[in-house]
Design a protein around this ligand. Structure first.
Ligand code: ZN
Length: 269
């Protein structure tokens, strides 16, 4: 019991610290008026966004700060961050107990990393909310979350099937869909910060690659950014996002921010 208490308290403290940092971000960003429902820099209502994050192998607190900063610099957002589950590979967070878990949000960013969680009812409660129309952003280890599950629902939602990744390197990135609005302004030449290249076994028929990189191991070209249509939801995904340096890279952050705006239909704001 003592361990559970300590774990809960630790999560609580982390949440408080993070809420504080978000409040600071919103204040410094000058979006307080937008958050109160008044005039915003783009003239639109604030987007209600949920970030779900935690799990194995990455600096999720830093990543959430970088994402909220970068996206809030482009469009007003009311952020909710659920940072739960611990740093293992198997967790089932209480948020998803409610089948209507996503109903209060305009978009969900999945940045959770629990590869060995396999409960099919749990996974289908997550995907069903998106199938019903809630857009999503999926980042890096979200592609290996629920990797051990037998069902394909999560992979169909993502738009890609991936079960492993290549070593860390700086990967040259090629725009595969230059005409897609998300890619407007994407540099002709961009090399990723040191990151992992995820091996994509399958790009689902509902998905379209936006950018690709070539494996230094097998010489094959794999999508590193894409869009997907899952039921009523637009989904934007990227397999980059391992290192802090990636979350400091303006091209990466701008592409995710544009993907976010596209997914909620606010790219032209
Ligand atoms: Zn990683």
């Amino acid at each position: 019991m003592q361990n559970i208490f300590h774990a809960s308290r630790f999560r609580f403290v982390r949440s408080i610290q993070f809420c504080f940092s978000i409040a600071v971000v919103l204040g410094l960003g000058g979006f307080a008026r937008g958050a109160e429902g008044q005039a915003s820099p783009t003239g639109g209502a604030p987007i209600r966004a949920l970030i779900i994050t935690d799990g194995c192998c990455h600096n999720y607190q830093f990543q959430s700060r970088a994402l909220t900063n970068a996206i809030s610099a482009q469009i007003p957002v009311e952020w909710t961050v659920v940072h739960e589950g611990g740093n293992g590979t198997r967790a089932m967070i209480p948020l998803y107990d409610d089948p209507n878990w996503a109903s209060k949000y305009d978009i969900v960013i999945h940045n959770e990393c629990f590869a060995d969680t396999t409960d099919e009812n749990y996974i289908r409660r997550i995907t069903q909310a998106h199938f019903n129309g809630v857009p999503a952003i999926v980042i890096h280890c979200a592609m290996h979350t629920y990797r051990a599950a037998q069902i394909d629902d999560w992979r169909e939602f993502l738009g890609v099937t991936s079960r492993r990744h290549d070593h860390q390197s700086s990967y040259p990135v090629k725009a595969a869909a230059k005409d897609h609005p998300i890619m407007n302004g994407f540099p002709a030449v961009w090399t990723s910060p040191k990151d992992e290249l995820y091996v994509i076994e399958k790009l689902w028929p509902s998905a379209k690659a936006l950018a690709t990189s070539v494996s230094e191991r097998d010489g094959k070209e794999y999508p590193v950014a894409w869009v997907n249509q899952y039921g009523g939801a637009r989904v934007f995904g990227t397999t980059f996002g391992h290192s802090d340096d990636t979350f400091r890279d303006p091209v990466f952050l701008n592409t995710v921010a544009r993907g976010f705006r596209w997914a909620v239909g606010r790219l032209n704001d």
